[in-house]
Ligand binder design. Structure first.
Ligand code: GRF
Length: 198
């Protein structure tokens, strides 16, 4: 069983999915939740589940100081799961936690790294959209892929509709990908862990 620290910045619906899926005989246990944003809804979700939840603001301090605080608060965790954490982690942090940080990104990487993925997917006219759980490396949204889930893009989709439908897929994918990774079963870069079509 791997202990996991989750980093969030907002509503924490993916955190909730990870919490809901961690029952015995689970592969992982969430032991700490850290938000860089005070009052984030995800903090309440963590506390409601009886999990240690704290805020480490990033404002008004150098990035290295912020990340050293994160690093200190994560000591004792085997893995770190980013779940809507809206800060880019520096090479220092990524090296310190090398191969132990996962992220969920709302696109089928390597398409649409970065922000505004739903808008960009619609503008590009793709017929499949999706989400990706990957290992965090120094290159933004470009680390080894653990799993992906795909959803069709519908004719009348807006970025909001697409995002809302994709969120359901994210909530299925992330717990499975994290559990597989925690058990050492994630076949990196091999077949997708989960797809809407299988
Ligand atoms: C999700 O869409 C996730 O893919 C992205 O940020 C969003 C977080 O949503 N990284 P939530 O806070 O988990 O509800």
């Amino acid at each position: 069983m791997k202990s996991v620290g989750v980093l969030i910045s907002g509503r924490g619906s993916n955190l909730q999915a990870l919490l809901d899926a961690q029952d015995a005989p689970g592969a992982y246990r969430i032991v700490r939740v850290i938000s860089n944003v005070e009052g984030a809804l995800g903090l309440e979700r963590a506390r409601a589940a009886g999990i240690d939840a704290l805020t480490i603001p990033h404002q008004g301090k150098p990035r290295e100081a912020f990340e050293r605080e994160l690093d200190a608060a994560l000591q004792g965790c085997d893995l770190v799961a980013l779940a809507g954490f809206m800060r880019v982690l520096s090479p220092w942090f990524v090296t310190a936690w090398s191969g132990r940080v996962l992220n969920i990104h709302p696109s089928l990487l390597p398409s649409f790294p970065g922000r505004d993925t739903h808008e960009r997917a619609l503008a590009a006219g793709v017929k499949l959209h999706g989400c990706t759980v990957h290992v965090v490396t120094e290159a933004l949204d470009a680390g080894p892929i653990i799993g992906q889930a795909a959803i069709p893009v519908l004719r009348d989709d807006t970025p909001e509709l697409l995002a809302a439908r994709l969120l359901d897929a994210e909530h299925l994918l992330y717990p499975r990908a994290l559990a597989a990774f925690a058990k050492g079963e994630a076949a990196l870069l091999e077949k997708p862990l989960l797809s809407a079509w299988t």
